[in-house]
Design a protein around this ligand. Sequence first.
Ligand code: ATP
Ligand code: ZN
Length: 459
Amino acid sequence: MGIRIYNTLTRKKETFEPLDPQRITLYACGPTVYDYAHIGNARPAVVFDLLRRNLERHYPRVDYARNITDVDDKINASAASEGVSIDVISTRFEQAYLEDMGAIGVQPPTIDPHATAHIPQMIAMIEQLIDSGHAYAAEGHVLFAIDTFSEYGSLSRRDLDDMVAGARVEVAPYKRHAGDFVLWKPSVDPQPGWDSPWGWGRPGWHLECSAMAAEHLGETIDIHGGGQDLVFPHHENELAQSVCAHGGKPFARYWMHNGFVTADREKMSKSLGNTLIVHDLLKLHPGETLRYVLLSAHYRKPLDWSSEAIEQAQRTLDRMYAVLRDAASRASESLVATRPGDAFTAALDDDLGTPEALAEMNGLARRLGNATAPEDILSLGGELLADGELIGLLCEDPEAWLKGGDGDDDEAIDALVRERDAARAARDFARADALRDELDALGISLEDSPDGTRWRRGR
Ligand SMILES: Nc1ncnc2c1ncn2[C@@H]1O[C@H](COP(=O)(O)OP(=O)(O)OP(=O)(O)O)[C@@H](O)[C@H]1O
Ligand SMILES: [Zn+2]
């Protein structure tokens, strides 16, 4: 059985047929690095990370490019407000992005092209578009002429006339058509700029993805992804530029878009001021817990972020980790990942059905909890760990996970717990109680088990 994908282009779920099964090409629009990523921005990172992991199970090579937009007016504004240069801002927030996404199990993409490193390719693409009559220069700008491309609007299913009627912004006088969009625009100091045939300036945002996808993945790519808000205008414009610059060759064969993370049912976004920053959430919750919440809804559906959802994910992971820890001690052997389960992989192959895949993992954990024969424990446990490895969960050591925290003072707490055990064994209850109070004050809860006293940070 192959992979099925819901294609935004056709609005249908289709069987995935790659152009070249020896090399799958995937491009996802990455962050504009002017601030910390919020948990909404983390959703496409996690979704396309999972897609890539699952493609790698089927195909020998997956080239996955996720760009870094390091030239943008929002970066300029951030730099100006702090009085620093632009690359200070973009370097700082790219670093933070990679760390925060890494903490929620997002593997680095195979290629992370930076817009500022591809200016010559962008200029060459603009020249091709001008030469083929799809773009024109006017007053230091270069614009894409949308009425030269009859398929314009086909991805977002928008009608040209509606777009113009709906445009509330004042139309710049140098545009031939209100819907024409910028490929190149002039810069003035201190804006970043490069020399070009149209004067000193900088590229439009849409152009960078078209130029970088072609440079690293080829003129036609298998899958292009991003958040739903990118369908129009960003992806519609990428598609138009790429097809027209490449003599009519298709740009992406499959388009995938994730739904929004919402807060009180409203899109989480910086402009609305209702964002939760991943960097801050990670101080309160383990990365896997945040990943679990992000995967708990199907990627095309909205996902309302709430403290209840976090608590539920935390409880579920705690339960699975406790089952893994106890199973290993029952089998007197450590569990080793084997092969992911068939129903689990079938769920992921069906347009990334993560709710069903997580339900499979939970069912498997229950069976593992009830298993008694060592061979059953080893095979069920091996399967659960393999499922986890694929989806990016259950990758921590169960003991460490269940203790909580970052592990820095584990040894000190262990010592107090052992000392209390010894005091109890010696029937020195006053000492044992004093030690328990000390542990209480540190937020540690104790639990007696056949293997001795276990402890965990209170949750
Ligand atoms: N609330 C959200 N839920 C899911 N995906 C989102 C959400 N907000 C932004 N995205 C996606 O995050 C990715 C990174 O986008 P980018 O860095 O440009 O953020 P942004 O659009 O500036 O965020 P904001 O909308 O808060 O201004 C894009 O794929 C975008 O579609
Ligand atoms: Zn893009």
